[in-house]
Design a protein around this ligand. Structure first.
Ligand code: DX5
Ligand code: ZN
Length: 216
């Protein structure tokens, strides 16, 4: 647990009719980042939101926007999403034709780059990008929907990524996403994660600040 704990609120669980209010609720509640889940209906079964909504959030957000692209061949959209206000863009290595080129494109636009893996994808798939990516996202549910239960079998992958980064002397951010709440937060932090995404738990809590505190 050497890195600072960062809490990123997943807007997938926000009230879309009151999105600005919920962005403010997350910032006022002490969240560090807003997590923006883009789904294309191909890489994952559902479709969420894209550029036009990101533009609106980018105009009002008071904290950094962490874009999670669940999109086939994400390189097609990286430039646009950087212009619209993303501070960090995470792409799934399973969805990229050329993962290294996607990271270079994000860095070339002056933003931070993350690489994500689904629960069934082994850690070996991201090893070539350690030292190049700023963050690795270990999905702790199957991507596509909020509100799913945490998959404890992913804990070993978090430990493995942290060990590989430490062995190489890399100060890597390790993000987890899916089923994160007051209980599962302790498990993922113990395993080595330091960036915690949470949607249904945070937005479903009566006391947003207390829920954020319970994740730290
Ligand atoms: C799932 C998304 C998540 C989702 C998490 O594919 O990537 O960011 O919103 O939701 P909870 O925290 O409810 O599991
Ligand atoms: Zn996400």
């Amino acid at each position: 647990m050497k890195n600072k704990i960062i809490v990123s609120a997943s807007l997938l669980s926000a009230d879309f009719a009151n999105l600005g209010r919920d962005c403010e609720r997350a910032a006022a509640g002490g969240c560090d980042w807003l997590h923006f889940d883009i789904m294309d209906g191909l890489f994952v079964p559902s479709i969420s939101f894209g550029g036009p909504v990101l533009q609106c959030v980018g105009e009002i957000a008071s904290i950094p926007i962490d874009v999670h692209m669940m999109v086939t061949e994400p390189a097609r959209y990286i430039e646009r999403y950087c212009e619209l206000g993303a501070s960090l863009i995470t792409v799934h290595t399973e969805a990229c034709k050329d993962t290294a080129a996607a990271i270079d494109m994000i860095h070339g636009l002056g933003k931070r780059a993350g690489i994500a893996i689904k629960p069934a994808t082994p850690v070996s798939e991201i090893v070539p990008y350690l030292g190049k990516a700023d963050m690795v996202l270990v999905m702790t549910v199957e991507p596509g929907f909020g509100g799913q239960p945490f998959m404890s079998e992913t804990l070993g992958k978090i430990t493995e990524v942290r060990r590989l980064a430490d062995e190489r002397g890399i100060d890597l951010d390790i993000q987890v996403d899916g089923g994160i709440n007051g209980e599962t937060a302790s498990l993922v932090k113990q395993a080595g994660a330091n960036v915690l995404v949470s949607g249904s738990y945070l937005f479903g809590s009566a006391d947003f600040s207390a829920a954020v505190d319970s994740l730290r």
